[in-house]
Ligand binder design. Sequence first.
Ligand SMILES: NC(=O)c1ccc[n+]([C@@H]2O[C@H](COP(=O)([O-])OP(=O)(O)OC[C@H]3O[C@@H](n4cnc5c(N)ncnc54)[C@H](OP(=O)(O)O)[C@@H]3O)[C@@H](O)[C@H]2O)c1
Length: 238
Amino acid sequence: MDVANNTVFITGANRGLGLAFAREALRLGASKVYAGMRNTSGFNEPGILPVRIDVTDKASIAAAAELAADTTLLINNAGIAALIDGPLADDVEAQSQRLFDTNYYGVVRVTQAFEQILSAKPHAAIINVLSDIVWLPRPFLTPYAASKAAAWSYTNQLRFHLRDRGIEVLGLHVGFVDTDLTSGIDVPKVSPEDVVRQTYDALAAGKSEIMADQGTALLKSTLADEVPGYITPPEGLF
Ligand SMILES: NC(=O)c1ccc[n+]([C@@H]2O[C@H](COP(=O)([O-])OP(=O)(O)OC[C@H]3O[C@@H](n4cnc5c(N)ncnc54)[C@H](OP(=O)(O)O)[C@@H]3O)[C@@H](O)[C@H]2O)c1
């Protein structure tokens, strides 16, 4: 699917990767761009329509879906992270519940609310923003990794389930991106604009997955190895 002439709805689009998705959609000629966000006050991006949505709140999701019933491309982007001491930390359960509510159940809720809208269109698509972390051991991100792995699994079930309904499902996997989410982590990062460009290119090419940086592509290439990257990460991968 080309973004041009489609109506795009993005969750978590007031900043970071979500805002980059919105701006690039506009640049590519989308007929309408809805920027979903928890707080719309002060948002002022010419040509981009702010819509209130909290992915943990079903009523706000239903209201957003009603307002944006002309959506043909849904981007499940909203997400949160937390740094903890590792898989055995005292707060692993509490943080996992908090992150799953947004990163996994948030994707499920928004997808459910938009499914009928998308099914009614001759051609529609969903992009789920995932991560390299679904394959990479980073113990300090254990709850985040588990929530994204769950969202990846959901993405795979969804793609297969929707294959006969004219709805494409594209999973975006990427490592560290230069946004607020990673501001406390001192590692090399790719730009949100670059990630977004590659993702829309992959959508236009009809791909089901995009590895949006070299490290993630390398990591995925090890999955069939005897010692895959999720057991021993490739050298140089942060
Ligand atoms: N940055 C990275 O390195 C990286 C790598 C791989 C994947 N990702 C994924 O990329 C996506 C975007 O992250 P980002 O890097 O752009 O982070 P970010 O700059 O922190 O932005 C996160 C966005 O999600 C929104 N959000 C959080 N909880 C929400 C909720 N309950 N309902 C609606 N919106 C909510 C935030 O809204 P508020 O402004 O209201 O908080 C914000 O707009 C996330 O899914 C993240 O996991 C990021």
